[in-house]
Ligand binder design. Structure first.
Ligand code: UN1
Length: 495
């Protein structure tokens, strides 16, 4: 008998109104059923939002340093349970334990950053243009925050959103991706144990079209933070625009690594293996394009193919696994589709391109690491996000052409340049149109205390992480105190 999980609404663990559940299975082994999770709908969301409004009324009055103490305790609990959470996370989403431990660590870093922010949360005090008058700005919480998160970083991404939302004094309705509800469940338990008051946090499981949609459309959800596909982000954006909601979107990427003739090639090789095939390519920051300068193109590519063929696919919970399964069948199908697209566009399939079979692989969603060469700028496999273990290699003459290839896509999350030329490195920081540019490191590697996000159709201008995320989860208010005892008219009496 598998375990049946519940929502956390109104301060209690409750069954969904529909009485319906969905299965959560291990993507490395279909026979391994992790549990049944609530298929929630608008009725559950209605209860959750009503409760969150009560929670908000109380939590907004809790001093920010005290809210920070709760985040610190959540960080401590994550430290204590790091290995256990990594294990259950790998079981439900597949990436190897080294990666899921990193995912938990990112949550820990985010918790401790939020904890200290409780004693900062700065506003400004500036001189007034009038005598005997003070002028200052400060932050206020906004209300009920709807938090909708993806499967690929099942803990880190929820922490990026929920810790700053709570620290700023908002209440949260959290819907984790339906592929990773177990991590969401454990994270909710940790928040409650850390001291988040029951009605301040609501956990609503379910699928995007039902529970997610109901959260976005609920008039009392004042702000929404969504990480996921650009297509869904567009729908979320339309609703939030129509309803005048504050919205943070984090969506697709088509991130490129540019390797110049003068680069340290061994370093670049390690970088691209990790960037392209870590998390089985299922990251918004995945390296999905490799742009090689002509002098090193052939040599680099042949060594790369040798190394990729040696990557060990398997269960992420087994020692020695380099690449885990994909998340589900739809992800495999989408990747297969893009392999067809690449071939019909005339690119050269150098390795992979199909489902992986063999011992330990037949019962999971495994796909062979795939490389396409002779990819030309503008091909669909060079322009569109695949979100799988597929790398498209483009050959260029020089840095100018490499920069142009990098920039000529609709996305703009991260980019990476391998070179020993310091001038080119700084030019890249200025000229590559991305939210993050790495020099001599792959397209992944964001740290919790710096802003994370992208330009163009990757996002809508907001950032997660770092200091900037606190702007999203709080509203700036300005206070003027005139202690002159007389009417002083700004712009009039002082000039
Ligand atoms: C994502 O790609 O979906 O290094 C998030 C990074 C990670 C987070 C990636 N810490 O970019």
């Amino acid at each position: 008998m598998s375990k049946t999980f519940k929502n956390f609404i109104g301060g209690q663990w409750v069954a969904p109104a529909s009485g319906e559940y969905f299965e959560n299975r291990n993507p490395a082994d279909h026979a391994d059923l992790i549990g049944q999770f609530p298929r929630s709908d608008a009725r559950d969301v209605q209860q959750a939002v009503e409760s969150a409004r009560r929670g908000f009324a109380q939590w907004r009055r809790t001093p920010a340093p005290a809210r920070g103490d709760v985040m610190r305790r959540a960080g401590d609990l994550l430290v204590k349970r790091k290995d256990e959470i990594a294990d259950l996370m790998t079981r439900e989403m597949g990436k190897p334990l080294t990666e899921t431990r990193g995912d938990v660590q990112e949550g820990i870093d985010t918790a401790y950053y939020a904890a200290t922010e409780g004693r900062r949360l700065f506003g400004h005090t500036v001189p007034s243009e009038l005598r005997n008058k003070w002028a200052m700005s400060f932050r206020r919480p906004i209300g009920v925050a709807g938090i909708i998160t993806p499967f690929n970083f099942p803990l880190a991404i929820p922490t990026w959103k929920i810790f700053p939302a709570l620290l700023c004094g908002n209440a949260v309705v959290f819907k984790p991706a339906e592929d990773v509800p177990h991590t969401g469940h454990v994270f909710a338990e940790i928040l409650l144990e850390a001291g988040v008051p029951p009605e301040v946090l609501q956990l609503v499981h379910g699928v995007g079209e039902q529970a997610g949609k109901a959260i976005v459309e609920h008039p009392d959800v004042a702000l929404v933070s969504f990480t996921g596909s650009t297509e869904t982000g567009k729908l979320v954006g339309e609703t939030c625009g129509r309803m005048h909601k504050r919205l943070s979107l984090e969506m697709g990427g088509k991130n490129a690594m540019l390797v110049m003739d003068d680069a340290d090639l061994d370093l670049a090789l390690d970088g691209v293996l990790w960037g392209a095939f870590g998390t089985t390519g299922q990251r918004c920051t995945a390296t999905s394009r490799l742009v090689l300068q002509k002098g090193i193109h052939d040599r680099f590519l042949s060594t790369l193919v040798d190394r990729v063929k040696k990557l060990k696919l398997g269960d992420g919970r087994k020692a020695g696994t380099d690449v885990g399964p994909m998340i589900n069948e739809a992800a495999i199908r989408k990747t297969e589709h893009y392999v067809d697209v690449g071939q019909s566009e005339g690119a050269d399939l150098l390795c992979g391109g199909r489902r992986a079979t063999g011992k330990g692989l037949d019962d999971g969603w495994f796909f062979e690491p795939t490389i396409f060469a002779r990819v030309r700028a503008g091909m669909r496999i060079e322009q569109e996000e695949i979100f799988g273990p597929v790398l498209s290699v483009v050959r260029v003459d020089d840095a100018d052409e490499a920069f142009a290839v990098n920039n000529d896509v609709k996305y703009g999350l991260s980019s990476s340049l391998y070179t020993r030329d310091v001038n080119l490195a700084f030019r890249a920081l200025n000229e590559l149109d991305n939210g993050i540019t790495y020099v001599n490191a792959p397209t992944i590697g964001a740290e919790a205390h710096l802003p994370f996000g992208g330009v163009k159709q990757t996002g809508n201008g907001h950032r997660e992480g770092g200091w900037e995320v606190y702007d999203f989860y709080s509203e700036t208010k300005v206070g003027y105190v005139d202690f002159s005892g007389a009417l002083q008219r700004a712009q009039i009496d002082n000039y």
